[in-house]
Design a protein around this ligand. Structure first.
Ligand SMILES: Cc1ncc(COP(=O)(O)O)c(C=O)c1O
Length: 471
C-alpha cells in the first residue's frame, strides 16, 4: 500500500539509540514524582543555559510580542514567504559563525541557505550533491540520525570509514583509502565524505593533521567534503576548534576548485539549545549548490516568527558573547563532574573537549567482546540500573563496549543520582554478580534512598547552582 521509500527500513528507528528514548518516555525519572524512573542520558540536548536565554527574552518583551520601535511587525512576518530567508537573520548568523570560529574565517550571507535544522540541511545537501545509488563516506562512530538524514529519502549509500580506539578514533589516510576501496568493490561511486566536527559521539575536535589528510584525500579523489559543525559552539577546552574552512585556507593545500567542494552544515540546536526552533543552515562557496539548495529549502523553511526572534537575539552582541562564555563554562563543569564520577567507579572516558556527552569505555563490563554482549549490557543498564545511555553499536562503532553518555540535559542533582546508580551497579558487578545477577534498579534505588538522609536529598534537589543572570 505504501511507496517503497515509505516502507523501506533504512530510517534506523529500530536502533537502540531510538528504542532507549521510547523506554525512557514510559518511565521518566523525576525525583519528586518518580525517583526510581529512568534517567535520560541518551539525548544530546543542551539545557544548561536556558535561564540565560529566558532572562534575555524577559528583558526584551517586544521581540516575542513581534513589535519593533513601538510598532507591530505581525503582518509583515505573517505574510513573509521569501525562501531566501530574512536578510537580518542571515547577516547575524554569519557573524555568529565567524565568532564561534575565533573570527579566523569570514562568511558571506549570500552563501548561506536556511533549513529547518541541521537534519534538513544535511539531507538537502545530499540531494544536491549525490545521486541515488551513489555513496558518501562517513567516519565511525557516527550520529545514528545520519542513516535517516543521508540515506532514507535520498537513496544514497553510506560507506563507513572505520576508526579505532587505538588512536582515539582519529581519521587516518589509510582508513579513508580503505573505505574508498570498499565502495569501489561494491560498484558505488563515491561523491563525498561527511565529517562531524566536533564529533558526535566522541566529543572531540578534529586535529589540523586530520583535516589536512581529509582535504588531501578529497583533492586526490575529486570529491566533496561536508563538515557538520553543529557542535562548534560547545568547545569548552583546548585544543580549540578548527573549521574545515579555516583548514582549507592552508596555502599548501591549494587546488583549483577545492572551495567549490567544501560545504558546512550548522544549526542553533546544540550551541543555543534550541532544537525545537528548527534553525539550521548550509554554508557553501559553490554558487550552484547554494542556488539548488535554496530552491530545495522550500520543503523545510524556518518560520518568519522564529527568524525574527533569533535575528534580534543574535544582534545583541554583548549578550551572545557572555552566553557563549558562560555556556562553555557550564558544559566543562558538568563534563568534569561526569568524568570524575565515572572514574570513581573505575570507568574511563575518551579525553574530550567539546559536545554534550562523553564517549565512555565500558568494555571491561562486557561478558564477551561482541556486539551481542554490548546490547545485553545496554539492556541491563536501561532496565535494571535505570539509565538510558546509547551503545556504540548504534553509532556504527567498530569495537563493542563503548557508550555515549549525555550530561547537558540534566541538573547536577540528577547527574549525582545517575553516578550513584552506576557506582552501585559496578560494585554489584565486581562482587561477582556480573550482569546475570540482577538486583533491579528499583531495589537499588530504595537501598540508596535508605542510605541518604531525607534532608540531604531535598538539598540536592533544590540546589541547581547553575543559574546566573547575564542580561
Ligand atoms: C551531528 C549532528 N548533526 C545533526 C543533528 C540534527 O540537528 P538539528 O536538531 O539541528 O536537526 C544532530 C543532532 O543530534 C547531530 O548530532
Amino acid at each position: 500500500m505504501l511507496s517503497s521509500r515509505a516502507s523501506c527500513n533504512s530510517h534506523g528507528q529500530d536502533s537502540p539509540y531510538f528504542l532507549g528514548w521510547q523506554v525512557y518516555e514510559k518511565n521518566p525519572f523525576d525525583q519528586a514524582v518518580n525517583p526510581t524512573g529512568i534517567i535520560q542520558m541518551g539525548l544530546a540536548e543542551n539545557q544548561l543555559s536556558f535561564d540565560l536565554v529566558e532572562s534575555w527574552l524577559r528583558k526584551n518583551p517586544d521581540v516575542m510580542g513581534l513589535n519593533k520601535d513601538g510598532e507591530s511587525v505581525f503582518r509583515e512576518l505573517a505574510l513573509f514567504q521569501d525562501y531566501h530567508g530574512l536578510p537580518a537573520l542571515k547577516n547575524e548568523l554569519v557573524e555568529y559563525m565567524a565568532k564561534t570560529r575565533g573570527n579566523k574565517v569570514k562568511f558571506d550571507p549570500k552563501n548561506l541557505v536556511l533549513a529547518a535544522g541541521a537534519t534538513s540541511a544535511n539531507e538537502t545537501l545530499i540531494f544536491c550533491l549525490v545521486d541515488p545509488g551513489q555513496a558518501i563516506l562517513l567516519p565511525t562512530p557516527y550520529y545514528p540520525g545520519f542513516d535517516r538524514d543521508l540515506k532514507w529519502r535520498t537513496g544514497v549509500e553510506i560507506v563507513p570509514v572505520d576508526c579505532w580506539s587505538s588512536n582515539g578514533f582519529r581519521i587516518t589516510m589509510s582508513a579513508l583509502a580503505d573505505a574508498y576501496r570498499r565502495a569501489q568493490k561494491l560498484n558505488l561511486k563515491v561523491k563525498g565524505v561527511l565529517i562531524t566536527n566536533p564529533s558526535n559521539p566522541l566529543g572531540t575536535t578534529m586535529t589540523r593533521d586530520e583535516l589536512n589528510h581529509l582535504i588531501t584525500f578529497a583533492i586526490a579523489k575529486n570529491i566533496h567534503i561536508i563538515s557538520d559543525e553543529v557542535f562548534s559552539g560547545t568547545v569548552f577546552d583546548s585544543p580549540g576548534f578548527i573549521s574545515i574552512i579555516e583548514a582549507a585556507m592552508d596555502p599548501n593545500l591549494e587546488s583549483p576548485d577545492l572551495w567549490n567542494r567544501i560545504h558546512i552544515v550548522y544549526s542553533l540546536s546544540k550551541d543555543l539549545g534550541l532544537p525545537g526552533f528548527r534553525v539550521g543552515m548550509i554554508y557553501s562557496n559553490n554558487e550552484t549548490v547554494v542556488s539548488a539548495a535554496t530552491k530545495m529549502s522550500s520543503f523545510g523553511l524556518v518560520s518568519s516568527q522564529t527568524q525574527y526572534v533569533l535575528s534580534n537575539m543574535l544582534a545583541n552582541k554583548k549578550f551572545i558573547g557572555k552566553y557563549m562564555k558562560e555556556n562553555q563554562k557550564r558544559l566543562k563543569r558538568k563534563k568534569e563532574m561526569l568524568v570524575s564520577g565515572l572514574r570513581k567507579s573505575g570507568i574511563e572516558c575518551l579525553k574530550s573537549n567539546a559536545g554534550l556527552f562523553c564517549w565512555v569505555d565500558i568494555r571491561r563490563l562486557l561478558c564477551s567482546d561482541t556486539f551481542e554482549a554490548e546490547t545485553k549490557l545496554w539492556k541491563t543498564i536501561l532496565w535494571d540500573v535505570g539509565l538510558n545511555i546509547s551503545p556504540g553499536g548504534s553509532f556504527h562503532c567498530s569495537e563493542p563496549g563503548w557508550f555515549r553518555v549525555c550530561f547537558a540535559n540534566m541538573s547536577h542533582a540528577t547527574l549525582q543520582v545517575a553516578l550513584r546508580r552506576i557506582k552501585d551497579f559496578v560494585q554489584r558487578w565486581s562482587y561477582g554478580g556480573g550482569i546475570g545477577n540482577k538486583i533491579s534498579y528499583q531495589q537499588n534505588m530504595s537501598n540508596l534512598n535508605r542510605k541518604l538522609p531525607s534532608n540531604w536529598v531535598r538539598k540536592l534537589y533544590s540546589s541547581e547552582g547553575d543559574e546566573q543572570d547575564i542580561g
